[in-house]
Design a protein around this ligand. Structure first.
Ligand code: HEC
Ligand code: HEC
Ligand code: HEC
Ligand code: HEC
Length: 187
């Protein structure tokens, strides 16, 4: 009997583990969002965020790097830089240009959250409730200044004290993320 109880409790702990962790959303990449959000995608593509992986290459933005105390070399495999210049690095997202080229640069999911779960909900039901999408990991950026600051502050080499142009004014930056288009309905 003891053995059976022991076995059942091991199963229970395993089930609990699966229930807690299996639901974690994964990074799917901007191309997947593009299928349904073409206008936002096009506008975002024209920002520096979309090209921000290229800034890690040698010979690119040499003067800016020098001013921030960085020498001119190849940083495209440097974990210190990748965590802010790619999508989901160290969190199951970007690994390397060879393995995960579609997750290079600062994409949709760095502001809106890892998208596998909420995009499935959006696909299933156009009239989804915002609360349900949030429960699946959707972030509304204007409610998450801290999320921005994890890259725009902290240990970023490119902050206001290096050059005033790097100042992060939350309201102003929210507008410059991509052009905004009215939704068909309130969710
Ligand atoms: C994963 C890190 C990361 C997060 C999170 C992040 N950013 Fe950024 N952002 C960057 C990087 C890196 C650049 C600059 C790209 C470059 O020049 O290489 C940038 C650039 C920008 C730009 C300039 C775009 C342009 O071309 O003018 C805006 C605006 C911006 N971010 C707003 C935000 C806002 C608002 C948030 C939060 C909702 C945010 N960012 C969150 C990393 C991040
Ligand atoms: C904590 C996050 C963070 C880290 C770490 C980080 N960056 Fe960035 N980087 C940013 C942000 C945010 C910007 C955009 C700043 C802005 O536009 O206000 C940026 C901008 C840049 C730019 C463009 C500057 C310009 O004037 O347009 C280059 C080049 C760059 N980073 C290279 C690097 C390199 C190389 C490393 C690693 C040694 C690195 N970054 C590490 C967040 C980070
Ligand atoms: C730098 C942060 C940032 C990035 C990157 C970003 N967004 Fe947004 N997005 C915002 C902000 C800010 C809003 C306005 C909503 C709010 O925060 O209140 C928004 C709103 C939206 C909306 C609602 C309608 C609209 O146009 O305002 C959609 C849809 C959307 N984003 C899709 C995307 C897609 C798709 C991508 C990638 C191609 C993307 N976003 C990348 C910040 C970002
Ligand atoms: C299969 C289509 C589909 C995919 C894929 C998809 N979405 Fe959506 N999304 C929708 C629909 C439909 C809406 C509601 C549009 C409306 O009401 O006008 C929506 C709404 C949104 C909103 C606004 C939510 C609100 O109520 O403020 C954001 C932000 C958003 N999507 C981001 C994303 C991001 C980021 C991705 C990729 C990770 C993505 N979506 C993938 C279909 C999709």
């Amino acid at each position: 009997m003891k053995k059976i109880i022991g076995f059942v409790s091991v199963l229970f702990v395993m089930a609990l583990f699966v229930a807690t962790y299996a639901n974690a959303a994964e990074y799917i990449g901007a191309k997947k969002c593009k299928a349904c959000h073409m206008k936002q995608f096009k506008s975002w593509s024209e920002t520096s965020m979309a090209k921000s992986f290229d800034n890690l290459k040698a010979g690119v933005m040499v003067a800016e790097k020098k001013k921030a105390g960085l020498e001119d070399k190849d940083y495209t495999t440097d974990p210190k830089c990748l965590k802010c210049h790619t999508t989901g690095y160290g969190k199951g997202g970007f690994v390397s240009m060879e393995k995960t080229p579609d997750l290079a640069g600062v994409q949709c999911e760095m502001c809106h959250g890892a998208g596998s779960e909420y995009s499935a909900l959006m696909k299933k039901d156009k009239n989804f409730k915002l609360a349900d999408a949030k429960a699946q990991g959707l972030i509304i950026p204007s409610e998450d200044e801290k999320g921005c600051m994890s890259c725009h502050g902290g240990d970023s080499p490119f902050v206001e004290k290096v050059d005033a142009k790097y100042k992060f004014d939350f309201k102003d930056r929210l507008k410059k993320t991509h052009e905004h288009f009215p939704l068909k309905q309130q969710h």
